[in-house]
Design a protein around this ligand. Structure first.
Ligand SMILES: NC(=O)C1=CN([C@@H]2O[C@H](COP(=O)(O)OP(=O)(O)OC[C@H]3O[C@@H](n4cnc5c(N)ncnc54)[C@H](OP(=O)(O)O)[C@@H]3O)[C@@H](O)[C@H]2O)C=CC1
Ligand SMILES: O=C(O)C1=N[C@H](C(=O)O)C[C@H](O)C1
Length: 251
């Protein structure tokens, strides 16, 4: 199996190349800045990706970059019918529409978090939100100081899940000054510090009790493993948008 990895010099790009090499998966490193990568069979510049995908047999592309670059890489996948796994977060609505349109032509799997444990967190948060109507809900996410987007993609996914199960629909980002809590709020708190890989905590509080659900990633390898599992699974699928939960259910 051969996988093209965009953003190869990045935190996630490096982690994916390392794990792919450990698993015996061949990779093509796509990078603006790298010319040679020990773990990859070859390296190419982003502008050469369309011709590389057209000329070589590539089973899937894995993208962890920035939204603007991600949708450009996806265009190359559409032109060459290459399945795309997207881990990038922070997309705007117009970019999500573009991803949706691409999935008419190629299989696309976009997930804000490729840690298997986060799928467990999502299921538990849905259940707790449904079981505890009227409880105050507050979400806190913590990441390394190099993260660009806030709140995290995972936080937004959790917030969507909470809103689907409760009457709380007003996201309040941090609080400052005189700002008492009102019904229907979900407090959202973002912390950026050091090299923290990624923590998400949801608190349900009411009735003189507190339920806290937390996921903490201790290494980027959990995300890399999920993305590689997703790429292997996606390579055999028809065009369409897929969820990481489908990969987990199947593997
Ligand atoms: N879904 C998940 O499980 C996870 C998602 N993420 C998300 O993945 C994304 C990347 O995170 P991370 O690896 O920490 O980020 P980094 O900044 O470390 O790496 C991103 C890489 O993308 C490439 N890149 C950046 N800007 C451009 C551009 N304008 N055009 C083309 N390439 C570009 C660069 O690689 P180069 O110079 O080699 O081209 C850069 O090193 C983020 O959106 C993050 O939220 C992160 C972890 C897990
Ligand atoms: O940027 C990161 O590092 C991470 N980003 C993802 C997100 O935005 O949810 C997933 C993970 O928490 C790490």
């Amino acid at each position: 199996m051969t996988i093209a990895v965009t953003g190869a010099s990045g935190r996630m790009g490096r982690s994916i190349l390392g794990l792919a090499s450990d698993r015996g998966v061949e990779t093509i490193a796509v990078s603006r800045t790298l010319t040679d990568v020990d773990e990859a069979a070859s390296t190419c510049q982003p502008e050469d990706l369309p011709s590389v995908l057209a000329e070589q047999s590539v089973d899937a592309l894995i993208d962890f970059t920035v939204p603007a670059a991600s949708v450009e890489f996806l265009d190359a996948c559409v032109d060459t019918e290459t399945p795309a796994v997207i881990g990038t977060t922070g997309f705007e609505a117009s970019e999500l529409d573009r991803i949706e349109r691409a999935s008419d032509v190629v299989p696309v799997l976009r997930a804000a978090n490729f840690a298997r444990g986060v799928q467990g967190l999502l299921a538990l948060v849905r259940e707790a939100a449904g079981a505890l109507p009227g409880y105050d809900v507050e979400l806190t996410e913590t990441h390394h100081n190099g993260k660009r987007d806030a709140p995290s993609g995972t936080a937004n996914t959790l917030l969507d899940a909470i809103e689907a199960e409760t009457d709380a629909t007003e996201r309040v980002y941090g609080r400052d000054g005189i700002q008492p809590r009102s019904d229907g709020e979900i407090g959202v708190h973002v912390r950026r510090a050091g090299s923290i890989r990624g923590e998400h905590e949801v608190v349900f509080a009411g009735n003189d009790e507190v339920l806290t659900l937390t996921h903490r990633a201790e290494s980027r390898r959990v995300f890399a493993a999920g993305a590689l599992d997703a790429a292997t699974w996606l390579a055999g699928q028809e065009p369409g948008q897929y969820a990481f939960s489908e990969v987990i259910a199947d593997t």
